[in-house]
Design a protein. Structure first.
Length: 130
């Protein structure tokens, strides 16, 4: 066998020291990575909490929307009744407006007849023949 010399021992010692230094560097990088992953996990937890809050708000909005739809469904018969009444009123209004128009015509006819009678009476009384 060969005898181990001091140079060989020194080289071996230097190699071991380099391996130890590399191992420490790797451990440091791994520690940094675990710290960074912990930070990322905390950030993701924060994002998850925000998404949970958003989901709760959407659930609240959906509940309100369902309540509004239910109310509208409850009001539909009343609304249809009101629109039917409004349609009937509109028909009656048109009929009434026609009657008013007819009354205006009768009023004009009546005014003409009354005016004619008054003038006829005036002329008869003026002449003194009756």
């Amino acid at each position: 066998m060969n005898t181990v010399t001091e140079n060989d021992l020194k080289e071996l010692k230097d190699m071991i020291n380099r391996i130890i230094i590399q191992n420490e560097q790797i451990n440091s990088k791994v520690n940094n990575l675990t710290v960074e992953t912990d930070v990322i996990k905390e950030s993701l937890n924060g994002v998850n909490r925000r998404f949970d809050d958003v989901n709760k708000r959407f659930d609240d909005v959906n509940k309100r929307f369902d309540d509004v739809n239910k109310r509208l469904d409850d009001w539909k018969p009343q609304i249809t009744k009101a629109t039917d009444k409004a349609d009937k009123v509109a028909e009656k209004m048109s009929d009434k407006s026609e009657k008013v128009g007819e009354l205006k015509n009768w009023r004009q006819v009546a005014i003409i007849v009354i005016t004619g009678l008054i003038t006829t009476l005036f002329w008869i009384l003026r002449d003194g023949k009756f």
